[in-house]
Design a binder for this molecule. Structure first.
Ligand code: GSH
Length: 218
């Protein structure tokens, strides 16, 4: 059976993407959690890189983007990418942009699913990231007709932007309003409901929670 190493569900955005990729593929994996507050967390993971890591019978894959590609290749019927070439090019572009970009948002607003703020200070660079994301997602929904980014099924791009929706809910609830319908749809999806339930039970990771408390670790 495949094994998937992931970080803590409340905090690990890339792990959520990898876990969703397995769901899209219909791949049942034995899930292994690592705790970032344990210094030796790398020890049990079959890669010295980051999580998620997926161990298949004949290969180990250690990056969320690679995981999407490998699973899409091995599960050709799974709805990772839209069939239409134009939509597919757009989907690949926004997934690549997420994987390589939006650094201000990622640095200032790490995923913390349980947390809520009302007046978290956001820089102009973060607001610019949020505006760009709103524009990309709205364009995808209009061009595909929804209800997910590229059509009727939850795909790779939805998996890549789901952690962003959680970030907006935590740090920029007003900005989230612009994507309210899509956001509610994603968060009501059974996979995200399952992930949020895991996040609710996740032990606190003080270093990440401290950011919400002006840097003071409680
Ligand atoms: N490019 C990687 C990034 C993965 C990543 O940064 N994972 C974080 C958890 S969300 C991690 O493992 N952090 C621990 C560390 O950097 O030591 C991917 O797409 O999978």
């Amino acid at each position: 059976m495949a094994k998937l190493w992931i970080g803590q569900p409340n905090y690990s955005s890339w792990s959520l993407r990898g876990w969703l990729a397995c769901k899209i593929a219909g791949l049942e994996a034995d899930i292994r959690w690592v705790r970032f507050d344990q210094d030796d967390w790398h020890a049990e993971v079959p890669s010295n890189a980051t999580v998620p890591v997926l161990a298949l019978d004949d290969a180990t894959v250690w990056d969320s983007a690679a995981l999407i590609e490998v699973l899409a290749e091995r599960h050709p019927g799974a709805p990772f990418w839209p069939a239409d070439p134009g939509l597919r090019a757009h989907a690949r572009s926004i997934v690549a942009e997420m994987h390589s970009g939006f650094v201000p948002l990622r640095m200032a607003c790490p995923m913390n699913i349980r947390a809520r703020t009302t007046d978290f200070p956001l820089s102009d660079a973060v607001f610019a990231n949020i505006a760009r994301i709103q524009d990309l997602l709205e364009t995808a929904l209009i061009n595909s007709g929804g209800p997910f980014l590229y059509g009727p099924e939850f795909g790779a791009a939805d998996a890549f932007y789901a952690p962003v929706l959680y970030r907006l809910r935590t740090y920029a609830p007003v900005a989230q309003c612009a994507l309210a319908d899509y956001s509610e749809r994603v968060m009501a999806h059974p996979w995200l409901v399952e992930w949020e339930a895991m996040a609710a039970d996740d032990p606190a990771f003080a270093r990440s929670d401290a950011l919400l408390n002006n840097g003071a670790v409680e």
